[in-house]
Design a protein. Structure first.
Length: 112
C-alpha cells in the first residue's frame, strides 16, 4: 500500500479502467502460424474456457491485466478505508472517558 493514499485517489484510478476481463490467457498449442491461445476463468463455480483468436491476443492480455489491476486497487481501497475507520474509532475511544462502572444494580429514587 502506498503512503498517504486516499480512498478518492484509488477510486479515480479504478474509474480509469474502461475494459477488463477476468481470467488467465494461456497458450494451448503451437500451430504453423504461431501459438493458439485460450482464456480460462471461473464463472458460477465452474471453469470456463474460451478460444482467443491470434488477432485478439494483445487486447485480451491488456483486458486481463486491467482486471488484475482492478482487483489490486479494490483490495487497496478496502485496506485504506478499514485503516481509517479503525483509526477514527480508536481516536473516539481515547477522547471519551467512560464513567466508572459499579457491580451494584442501579436503584431508583423513590418519589415520596
Amino acid at each position: 500500500m502506498k503512503t498517504h493514499t486516499t480512498p478518492q485517489s484509488i477510486l479515480k484510478q479504478i474509474a480509469k479502467i474502461e475494459r477488463m476481463e477476468p481470467g488467465k490467457l494461456c497458450v494451448i498449442g503451437q500451430g504453423p502460424n504461431g501459438p493458439y491461445h485460450n482464456l480460462q476463468c471461473r464463472e458460477g463455480g465452474k471453469t470456463r474456457t474460451r478460444y482467443v483468436p491470434a488477432e485478439q491476443v494483445a487486447v485480451v492480455a491488456e483486458h486481463t491485466a486491467n482486471y488484475r489491476q482492478f482487483q489490486s486497487l479494490t483490495e487497496e481501497y478496502a485496506a485504506v478505508v478499514i485503516a481509517q475507520t479503525r483509526a477514527e474509532r480508536e481516536a473516539g475511544l481515547k477522547k471519551k472517558t467512560r464513567p466508572p462502572t459499579s457491580s451494584l444494580p442501579k436503584m431508583r429514587k423513590s418519589r415520596s
